[in-house]
Design a protein around this ligand. Structure first.
Ligand SMILES: Cc1cc2nc3c(=O)[nH]c(=O)nc-3n(C[C@H](O)[C@H](O)[C@H](O)COP(=O)(O)O)c2cc1C
Length: 181
């Protein structure tokens, strides 16, 4: 279900400082749905981890995205994306977006969420309660030699078995934050 609605009737803009959620809860419990592309063609994936802070004095988010995710390809193409957080009742749909790639499936048509265009032309969903719009600032691929604890070295060794397994650190400047009215 893809409908364009009046975004500003449903969401109000707040500043990054006004986000009330605990950052660890946002990163680890309410899995964000990362969406890139435009209304004509967009794709979403479920994420976990990452965080929020200041990067080069600007409010920013960061997340870890595996190199072969189709959403990452669209982030690189458009240079913008949204991170959408949903109430618990949408958990099934959120996990569904993390269950298969949109590169070779019609998951964006199947998912029971209503796509919405933000005033900047990014895509999120009517059912979201918090939407963070980001401008891509940096994608970094960590070097295994940069890790200093055994645990991190073991993790990255395991994660880097194939080039497609590489995790990219994706940093985005927060351009807008929206909450459900
Ligand atoms: C709860 C959950 C958390 C996930 N976290 C991440 C993540 O942080 N980074 C990542 O690359 N994939 C993560 N995934 C896997 C992607 O969401 C999944 O591979 C998705 O199908 C990728 O879609 P795409 O290829 O259409 O972009 C997660 C999946 C689930 C269910």
């Amino acid at each position: 279900m893809e409908k364009e609605m009046n975004f500003k009737k449903l969401f109000k803009q707040i500043s990054p400082e006004e986000i009330c959620d605990n950052v660890f809860t946002l990163a680890g419990k309410v899995f964000p749905v990362i969406t890139a592309g435009r209304m004509e063609h967009y794709n979403s994936m479920t994420a976990s981890g990452g965080g929020f802070g200041l990067l080069f004095r600007k409010p920013a988010t960061w997340c870890l995205i595996r190199a072969d995710r189709y959403t990452l390809e669209l982030i690189q193409k458009e240079k913008t994306y949204t991170m959408s957080y949903f109430p618990d009742e949408y958990k099934e749909q959120i996990l569904f977006l993390g269950s298969k790639s949109g590169r070779d499936s019609g998951k964006m048509k199947e998912v029971k969420l209503t796509a919405l265009k933000t005033p900047s032309g990014d895509v999120s969903f009517k059912e979201a309660r918090l939407i963070i719009e980001c401008k891509l600032t940096q994608i970094t691929t960590p070097n295994p030699d940069d890790f200093y604890t055994q645990e991190a070295r073991d993790y990255i060794k395991e994660a880097y078995k194939k080039a497609s397994d590489y995790r990219r650190y994706v940093f985005g400047e927060i351009t807008h934050v929206w909450v459900k009215k």
